[in-house]
Ligand binder design. Structure first.
Ligand code: GTP
Ligand code: MG
Length: 440
């Protein structure tokens, strides 16, 4: 469903690359483009409207966080919106529980029962399985084999009666920590099967009802999810087959329809191929721009804090601050890598230049490392004998120390000139990059 979404959305962002001020027009244009892309890929209209409203609200009403550019801020808003839908936290299933897996035919329910049993075993818990699929002849045997591999008991009703399986299974497994119930694949709209599922649910009274959805479910995902939800109340979603080419967009609609969050992701056929849902990884994958998200998170981690900005603007930018800034940038990885992460930026700055800058930044750090605390706080005192000592300590030429001081002075001047809070907030990072000779 959202296969092309990632590709197209990154084009949408590229379009606002050149804009530096947030105004209603810019945000409206972005939302319009975003809507067009979403509609093209069959995303539910109600979901699009909700997303649009939230993005509009946040982009226009929220202040841009310090250290982020407008483009990064907008992306962060879109990211946050998706995370809000899909789940903010890495999900966990802990403790004594009854879990029922439901979903369409072949979505991966039975396999996931085995994977979950293994997941609980790794937590030191004792899981047990109940087979409740008596529609497909091979189903109980499939679950039995999984149980054998894991040394986990599997209850199968001799009479092939799902209700009896639940009653007897739960009775028998009273001492186990977690009971996992495998159900038959069904279309939630099939009346007969719906009735059966509802009754099984009433008998089992599960703590969790997990909807198993294959990543490539497409448009029917939302509808099916909402039908299952009406029948038995979905408490979580497991997206299987994420190892394929699809990007799990069906989960978006499913979560929207049910209010349930993604808990696990299936990434292969083996019992170990189950991952806890991780919002950053999942949403990045969904948007097809994983690296960009990583960058965003890093900018957030390492970017200016409001206090820093105020301090610097008041003229108190010391060599220690300069050092911290270099360190922040280095934490983001190689400059080359940082540029690659920004859509459309990868090819703008010549690679040789980046290498030279990187080397320079490394040397700057050595030099500042060789300074006393006093020198860092008050660089004005650094004159000839001190320069010589610093150069020796850092293993560089005296001229290089002088260059560092000049560079620091220029940065300080520039930061002062940038003035005004808005200046610091908007694009502080890219302006600093520019200061290091990188013309974006
Ligand atoms: N690649 C991949 N294959 C998976 C994954 N999960 C399940 N499968 C495969 O999908 C197929 C169907 O899996 P089942 O677990 O039998 O699905 P089911 O929902 O129980 O199917 P029914 O009971 O017939 O409705 C099997 O071949 C599984 O090996 C996954 O995360 N990745
Ligand atoms: Mg099955």
């Amino acid at each position: 469903m959202l296969g092309d979404f990632g590709k197209n959305i990154s084009n949408v962002f590229k379009r606002i690359l050149s804009q530096t001020t947030i105004d209603t027009d810019a945000v409206e244009a972005l939302i319009k483009n975003l809507q067009r892309e979403l509609i093209k890929t069959d995303v539910d209209v109600k979901l699009i409207m909700d997303l649009s409203n939230n993005i509009r609200q946040k982009c226009l009403k929220q202040e841009i966080p310090a250290g982020l550019t407008l483009r990064e801020h907008v992306m962060k808003v879109v990211y946050d919106e998706l995370v809000n839908l899909l789940g903010e936290q890495k999900a966990t299933l802990i403790g004594k529980k009854k879990i029922m897996l439901v979903g369409l035919f072949g979505s991966g329910k039975t396999t996931t029962c085995g994977k979950l049993a293994k997941y609980f075993q790794k937590q030191g818990l004792k899981p047990a399985l109940i087979a409740c699929d008596y529609h497909r002849p091979g189903a109980p045997e499939q679950l039995k084999q999984l149980g054998q591999k894991l040394n986990v008991p599997v209850y199968v009703s001799e009479e092939k009666d799902p209700y009896k399986a639940i009653k007897e299974g739960i009775g028998k497994f009273g001492k186990y920590d977690t009971i996992i119930i495998d159900t038959a694949g069904r279309d939630a709209l099939d009346k007969q099967l719906a009735k059966e599922l509802k009754k099984m649910h009433e008998l089992a009274k599960p703590d969790e009802v997990l909807l198993v959805l294959p990543a490539d479910i497409g448009k029917v995902g939302g509808k099916q999810a909402s039908e299952f939800h009406k029948l038995v109340g979905i408490t979580g979603v497991i997206v299987t087959k994420m190892d394929g080419t699809a990007k799990g967009g069906g989960a978006l609609s499913a979560c929207h329809e049910t209010g349930a969050k993604v808990k696990f992701i299936g990434i292969g056929e083996k019992l170990d191929d189950l991952q806890q849902y991780d919002p950053v990884r999942f949403v990045s994958r969904l948007l097809g721009m994983g690296d960009l998200q990583t960058l965003l998170e890093k900018v957030k981690e390492t970017g200016f804090k409001e206090e820093d900005a105020t301090k610097i603007l008041s003229g108190k930018f010391t060599l220690q601050d300069f050092y911290d800034q270099i360190e922040s940038m280095q934490k983001m990885g190689s400059l080359d890598g940082v540029m690659e992460m920004l859509p459309g930026m990868g090819s703008i700055v010549p690679k040789d230049m980046l290498k030279i800058q990187e080397e320079k930044m490394k040397k700057y750090k050595y030099m500042i490392d060789s300074m006393t605390k006093q020198e860092r706080e008050n660089p004005d005192i650094i004159h000839s004998s001190r320069i010589e000592r610093i150069a020796k300590g850092a293993g560089v030429k005296k001229s290089e120390v002088k260059e560092l001081i000049k560079q620091y002075e220029q940065t300080k001047k520039l930061l002062k000139k940038m003035g005004g809070k808005a200046g610091m907030k908007r694009g502080a990072m890219s302006k600093l990059l520019k200061k290091f000779g990188l013309k974006l």
